[in-house]
Design a protein around this ligand. Structure first.
Ligand code: SAM
Length: 214
Protein backbone atom coordinates (compact mmCIF):
# COMPACT_ATOMS: atom_id res chain seq x y z
CA UNK A 1 0.00 0.00 0.00
CA UNK A 2 2.85 2.35 -0.83
CA UNK A 3 1.78 5.95 -0.19
CA UNK A 4 -1.72 4.88 0.83
CA UNK A 5 -3.29 4.20 4.19
CA UNK A 6 -5.95 1.61 4.84
CA UNK A 7 -8.30 4.50 5.72
CA UNK A 8 -7.93 6.14 2.29
CA UNK A 9 -11.38 6.94 0.92
CA UNK A 10 -10.68 5.62 -2.57
CA UNK A 11 -7.74 3.17 -2.66
CA UNK A 12 -5.84 3.12 -5.97
CA UNK A 13 -3.68 0.03 -5.39
CA UNK A 14 -4.44 -2.87 -7.77
CA UNK A 15 -6.99 -5.38 -6.55
CA UNK A 16 -5.97 -8.73 -5.10
CA UNK A 17 -9.19 -10.13 -3.71
CA UNK A 18 -9.05 -13.17 -1.51
CA UNK A 19 -11.42 -15.17 0.64
CA UNK A 20 -10.42 -15.62 4.27
CA UNK A 21 -12.00 -17.91 6.85
CA UNK A 22 -12.74 -17.06 10.45
CA UNK A 23 -14.20 -18.91 13.43
CA UNK A 24 -15.77 -17.15 16.40
CA UNK A 25 -17.23 -19.46 19.03
CA UNK A 26 -19.01 -22.25 17.19
CA UNK A 27 -19.70 -20.07 14.17
CA UNK A 28 -17.80 -20.01 10.89
CA UNK A 29 -17.50 -17.01 8.66
CA UNK A 30 -15.99 -16.13 5.30
CA UNK A 31 -14.84 -12.68 4.23
CA UNK A 32 -13.70 -11.26 0.92
CA UNK A 33 -10.75 -8.95 1.48
CA UNK A 34 -8.54 -6.94 -0.88
CA UNK A 35 -5.47 -4.77 -1.04
CA UNK A 36 -6.08 -1.26 0.28
CA UNK A 37 -8.21 -2.46 3.22
CA UNK A 38 -7.27 -3.07 6.86
CA UNK A 39 -5.99 -6.54 7.89
CA UNK A 40 -6.62 -8.28 4.60
CA UNK A 41 -4.64 -11.45 5.31
CA UNK A 42 -6.50 -12.46 8.46
CA UNK A 43 -8.86 -11.01 11.04
CA UNK A 44 -6.89 -8.60 13.24
CA UNK A 45 -5.85 -9.75 16.73
CA UNK A 46 -7.52 -6.78 18.41
CA UNK A 47 -10.74 -7.54 16.55
CA UNK A 48 -10.51 -11.18 17.70
CA UNK A 49 -10.09 -10.11 21.32
CA UNK A 50 -13.09 -7.82 21.00
CA UNK A 51 -15.28 -10.54 19.49
CA UNK A 52 -14.19 -13.09 22.10
CA UNK A 53 -14.90 -10.86 25.11
CA UNK A 54 -17.66 -8.40 24.26
CA UNK A 55 -21.04 -8.77 26.02
CA UNK A 56 -23.64 -8.62 23.27
CA UNK A 57 -27.19 -7.59 24.21
CA UNK A 58 -29.77 -10.03 22.75
CA UNK A 59 -31.52 -7.22 20.83
CA UNK A 60 -31.35 -3.50 20.13
CA UNK A 61 -29.55 -1.21 17.70
CA UNK A 62 -25.80 -1.69 17.27
CA UNK A 63 -23.18 0.36 15.41
CA UNK A 64 -19.84 -0.91 14.04
CA UNK A 65 -17.79 2.22 13.44
CA UNK A 66 -14.95 1.90 10.92
CA UNK A 67 -16.25 -1.50 9.86
CA UNK A 68 -13.56 -2.38 7.29
CA UNK A 69 -14.70 -5.47 5.34
CA UNK A 70 -17.37 -6.00 7.96
CA UNK A 71 -16.11 -8.60 10.41
CA UNK A 72 -17.30 -7.05 13.70
CA UNK A 73 -20.73 -5.98 12.50
CA UNK A 74 -21.33 -9.30 10.73
CA UNK A 75 -20.41 -11.37 13.80
CA UNK A 76 -22.61 -9.16 16.04
CA UNK A 77 -25.53 -9.48 13.62
CA UNK A 78 -25.22 -13.28 13.46
CA UNK A 79 -24.90 -13.58 17.25
CA UNK A 80 -27.89 -11.32 17.92
CA UNK A 81 -30.43 -12.01 15.16
CA UNK A 82 -33.05 -9.87 16.96
CA UNK A 83 -30.73 -6.83 16.79
CA UNK A 84 -30.19 -4.36 13.93
CA UNK A 85 -26.59 -3.47 13.05
CA UNK A 86 -25.35 -0.41 11.15
CA UNK A 87 -21.81 -0.68 9.76
CA UNK A 88 -20.13 2.61 8.81
CA UNK A 89 -16.99 2.69 6.68
CA UNK A 90 -15.25 5.50 4.79
CA UNK A 91 -12.97 3.43 2.54
CA UNK A 92 -15.13 2.65 -0.53
CA UNK A 93 -13.32 -0.56 -1.35
CA UNK A 94 -13.79 -1.86 2.20
CA UNK A 95 -17.45 -0.79 2.27
CA UNK A 96 -18.12 -2.62 -1.01
CA UNK A 97 -16.51 -5.78 0.39
CA UNK A 98 -18.55 -5.48 3.59
CA UNK A 99 -21.73 -5.36 1.50
CA UNK A 100 -20.74 -8.56 -0.31
CA UNK A 101 -19.71 -10.16 3.00
CA UNK A 102 -23.09 -9.49 4.60
CA UNK A 103 -24.78 -11.60 1.95
CA UNK A 104 -21.99 -14.20 1.96
CA UNK A 105 -22.53 -14.79 5.68
CA UNK A 106 -26.33 -14.84 5.45
CA UNK A 107 -26.83 -11.60 7.40
CA UNK A 108 -30.10 -9.75 6.78
CA UNK A 109 -30.33 -7.67 9.99
CA UNK A 110 -27.60 -5.17 9.07
CA UNK A 111 -26.68 -2.54 6.49
CA UNK A 112 -23.48 -0.89 5.25
CA UNK A 113 -23.33 2.90 5.28
CA UNK A 114 -20.49 4.49 3.37
CA UNK A 115 -19.26 7.71 4.94
CA UNK A 116 -17.31 9.57 7.58
CA UNK A 117 -17.73 8.62 11.24
CA UNK A 118 -21.14 9.41 12.67
CA UNK A 119 -22.25 11.50 9.66
CA UNK A 120 -24.28 8.71 7.99
CA UNK A 121 -26.06 7.94 11.29
CA UNK A 122 -26.77 11.48 12.52
CA UNK A 123 -29.73 11.48 14.88
CA UNK A 124 -29.63 7.69 15.48
CA UNK A 125 -29.27 6.22 18.98
CA UNK A 126 -27.69 2.86 19.73
CA UNK A 127 -27.58 0.29 22.54
CA UNK A 128 -24.09 -0.77 21.54
CA UNK A 129 -21.34 1.06 19.64
CA UNK A 130 -18.19 -0.89 18.84
CA UNK A 131 -14.93 0.10 17.21
CA UNK A 132 -11.43 -1.07 16.45
CA UNK A 133 -10.49 2.52 15.61
CA UNK A 134 -8.13 3.81 12.89
CA UNK A 135 -5.43 4.97 15.32
CA UNK A 136 -3.14 5.76 12.40
CA UNK A 137 -5.62 8.45 11.37
CA UNK A 138 -4.71 10.29 14.59
CA UNK A 139 -5.89 10.54 18.18
CA UNK A 140 -8.04 13.59 17.48
CA UNK A 141 -10.34 11.48 15.30
CA UNK A 142 -10.59 8.76 17.95
CA UNK A 143 -11.35 11.33 20.68
CA UNK A 144 -14.03 12.83 18.45
CA UNK A 145 -15.55 9.35 18.02
CA UNK A 146 -15.63 8.87 21.83
CA UNK A 147 -17.47 12.13 22.22
CA UNK A 148 -19.90 11.33 19.42
CA UNK A 149 -20.39 7.78 20.72
CA UNK A 150 -21.59 9.16 24.04
CA UNK A 151 -24.13 11.33 22.23
CA UNK A 152 -25.33 8.46 20.04
CA UNK A 153 -25.95 5.98 22.88
CA UNK A 154 -29.25 5.39 24.62
CA UNK A 155 -29.06 5.61 28.44
CA UNK A 156 -27.43 2.37 29.62
CA UNK A 157 -25.80 1.82 26.20
CA UNK A 158 -22.14 0.82 25.91
CA UNK A 159 -19.24 2.03 23.77
CA UNK A 160 -16.57 -0.67 23.29
CA UNK A 161 -13.12 0.08 21.93
CA UNK A 162 -10.13 -2.18 21.36
CA UNK A 163 -6.63 -0.76 20.96
CA UNK A 164 -3.04 -1.85 20.97
CA UNK A 165 -1.31 -1.12 24.28
CA UNK A 166 1.76 0.15 22.39
CA UNK A 167 -0.48 2.57 20.47
CA UNK A 168 -1.76 4.28 23.61
CA UNK A 169 -4.65 2.06 24.75
CA UNK A 170 -4.19 3.12 28.38
CA UNK A 171 -4.43 6.79 27.45
CA UNK A 172 -7.57 6.05 25.43
CA UNK A 173 -9.04 4.24 28.45
CA UNK A 174 -8.47 7.33 30.56
CA UNK A 175 -10.17 9.47 27.92
CA UNK A 176 -13.18 7.13 27.88
CA UNK A 177 -13.31 7.39 31.69
CA UNK A 178 -13.31 11.16 31.44
CA UNK A 179 -16.05 11.23 28.80
CA UNK A 180 -18.29 8.52 30.26
CA UNK A 181 -17.61 8.98 33.98
CA UNK A 182 -15.90 5.58 34.28
CA UNK A 183 -14.32 2.89 32.15
CA UNK A 184 -14.24 -0.90 32.44
CA UNK A 185 -11.31 -2.88 31.10
CA UNK A 186 -13.10 -5.97 29.82
CA UNK A 187 -10.03 -7.89 28.60
CA UNK A 188 -6.42 -7.69 27.59
CA UNK A 189 -4.11 -10.01 25.70
CA UNK A 190 -1.73 -10.26 22.79
CA UNK A 191 -0.75 -6.61 23.23
CA UNK A 192 -4.34 -5.31 23.04
CA UNK A 193 -6.83 -3.95 25.54
CA UNK A 194 -10.60 -4.03 25.27
CA UNK A 195 -12.52 -1.48 27.32
CA UNK A 196 -15.92 0.16 27.45
CA UNK A 197 -17.74 3.19 28.76
CA UNK A 198 -21.43 3.05 29.62
CA UNK A 199 -23.78 5.96 29.23
CA UNK A 200 -25.53 6.72 32.53
CA UNK A 201 -29.25 6.05 32.92
CA UNK A 202 -29.83 9.76 33.54
CA UNK A 203 -29.48 10.30 29.80
CA UNK A 204 -28.18 13.88 29.88
CA UNK A 205 -26.49 15.10 26.68
CA UNK A 206 -23.17 16.10 28.18
CA UNK A 207 -22.64 13.50 30.92
CA UNK A 208 -19.22 12.16 31.87
CA UNK A 209 -17.18 12.74 34.99
CA UNK A 210 -15.65 15.79 33.35
CA UNK A 211 -19.03 17.50 33.46
CA UNK A 212 -20.30 18.80 36.79
CA UNK A 213 -23.62 17.28 37.93
CA UNK A 214 -26.66 19.47 37.28
C1 SAM B 1 -8.44 -0.52 12.47
S1 SAM B 1 -9.52 -0.63 11.09
C2 SAM B 1 -10.78 -1.78 11.69
C3 SAM B 1 -11.58 -2.41 10.58
C4 SAM B 1 -12.55 -3.50 11.03
N1 SAM B 1 -13.51 -2.99 11.98
C5 SAM B 1 -11.80 -4.67 11.64
O1 SAM B 1 -11.92 -4.86 12.85
O2 SAM B 1 -11.13 -5.37 10.88
C6 SAM B 1 -10.35 0.95 11.14
C7 SAM B 1 -11.31 1.22 9.99
O3 SAM B 1 -11.85 2.54 10.12
C8 SAM B 1 -12.01 3.09 8.81
N2 SAM B 1 -12.05 4.55 8.91
C9 SAM B 1 -11.02 5.43 9.02
N3 SAM B 1 -11.46 6.68 9.11
C10 SAM B 1 -12.81 6.61 9.06
C11 SAM B 1 -13.85 7.58 9.11
N4 SAM B 1 -13.56 8.88 9.24
N5 SAM B 1 -15.11 7.17 9.03
C12 SAM B 1 -15.42 5.85 8.90
N6 SAM B 1 -14.48 4.88 8.83
C13 SAM B 1 -13.20 5.25 8.92
C14 SAM B 1 -10.78 2.58 8.06
O4 SAM B 1 -10.94 2.67 6.66
C15 SAM B 1 -10.69 1.14 8.61
O5 SAM B 1 -11.42 0.26 7.80
Amino acid sequence: MAGEHYYTEEPKVPHDRRLIHFEAGAERYQFWTDRGVFSRQRVDRGTRLLLAEIEIPPAGRFLDLGAGYGVIGIVLARRAPEAWVDLVEKNRRAAALARVNLALNGVTNARILEGDGFEPVAGQRYHLIVTNPPLRAGRALVEHWMDQAYRHLVPGGRFYMVARTSQGARTLERLVARRFGSVVEAAKGGGFRLFYGERGERGDEEGGAGTPPV
